[in-house]
Design a protein around this ligand. Structure first.
Ligand SMILES: Cc1cc2nc3c(=O)[nH]c(=O)nc-3n(C[C@H](O)[C@H](O)[C@H](O)COP(=O)(O)O)c2cc1C
Length: 298
């Protein structure tokens, strides 16, 4: 028997498979398809202080081996998440969930974490994943994740608001991701997750205009897997806190490769949009694939 368990910032999870933020909603929709308690955990949709409708459409464009998205952090806002979404999730998910938090200012990140942490639903939350890497919004998101000083400021601000583990989600749209990871570690982050999407664009040949209303979007899916692996490898060597590998993972073999690069756990994004059972299938396949490669445990 292989042992798929991993320790993620002091919390043991049954396996390292975690659906990524923005590709799994608030979880309960997927619970209509299968028992989501088979997952290690999942990261819920990036949540901001106020409700957001996101960007204009079209905001998704398919590409060979992946997709571009410019959703722009559509979410009902933190109060509604506490009042409506988390109670629905509580009925179907009995493990700690990862709360993905987004913002347009350091104060916003801190306030969202504060409201979640002091809410009646706080016990459901195992980790905060702080998204400082969204490429699809203006005046926030990625601007924090491309500057070590600003990234550190966000860590400092949210660190005051919670004793739970803080995982900083980093952008690949930088020259040296290790510098930003180290700045987060120094300021007290408990973990790093990466990568968010890579900035890209496409044109409509008939109109000569960009396919996405937002002009640019974030590339994800199998196309980004080697880039993600390289950045996870570099980051895991640069810091002493756990690293969650994200980017193009769509099979149990991909999970093993991420673990070999130094990941402690792995998030699965676009694959959930191609096949809603993708994360469940990876969990199902993982023990046999570990056995095949002579891996007893992580
Ligand atoms: C439609 C869509 C929405 C996303 N929304 C968020 C979000 O709200 N917060 C976040 O941190 N990442 C978000 N992401 C990024 C993913 O969590 C993940 O980091 C990225 O897609 C790379 O993984 P993948 O190649 O497996 O998709 C989103 C990705 C997609 C495709």
């Amino acid at each position: 028997m292989v042992d798929t368990r991993v320790d993620l910032c002091g919390i043991t999870i049954d396996n390292p498979v975690i659906p990524a933020s923005g590709t799994f909603g608030y979880g309960y929709e997927f619970a209509e398809l299968y028992d989501i308690n088979c997952l290690g955990t999942f990261s819920f949709k990036g949540t901001t202080l106020d409700p957001r409708f996101g960007n204009d459409t079209p905001r998704i464009a398919e590409c060979p081996s992946g997709m571009l998205n410019a959703v722009g952090l559509q979410n009902p806002g933190v109060n509604d998440v506490i009042r409506e979404e988390l109670p629905k999730l509580e009925r179907v998910f009995h493990k700690p969930v990862m709360a993905n938090v987004s913002g347009f200012s350091t104060d916003e990140y801190a306030e969202v974490v504060k409201r979640l942490d002091r809410s009646a639903m706080s016990d459901m939350i195992g980790w905060y994943e702080i998204n400082i890497s969204c490429p699809n919004v203006h005046g926030g998101g990625m601007s924090f994740g491309t500057d070590p000083k600003m990234a550190a400021e966000v860590v400092k601000a949210v660190r005051w608001m919670t004793d739970k583990p803080i995982i900083m989600k980093l952008s690949p749209n930088v020259t040296d991701v290790t510098e930003i990871a180290r700045a987060c570690e120094t300021e007290g982050a408990d973990g790093i997750s990466l990568i968010n999407t890579l900035m890209g664009m496409r044109f409509d040949l008939r109109t000569g205009k960009p396919l996405l209303a937002n002009v640019t979007g974030g590339l994800s899916g199998p196309a980004v897997f080697p880039v993600a692996l390289r950045m996870v490898y570099q980051t895991a060597k640069a810091v002493n806190i756990p690293v969650i590998g994200i980017g193009g993972v769509s099979s149990a073999e991909d999970v093993l490769e991420m673990m070999m690069a130094g990941a402690t756990a792995v998030e699965v994004g676009a694959a959930n949009l191609v096949d809603p059972y993708a994360s469940r299938n990876i969990v199902r396949d993982l023990p046999a694939v570990m056995k095949k490669y002579g891996i007893d445990s992580f």
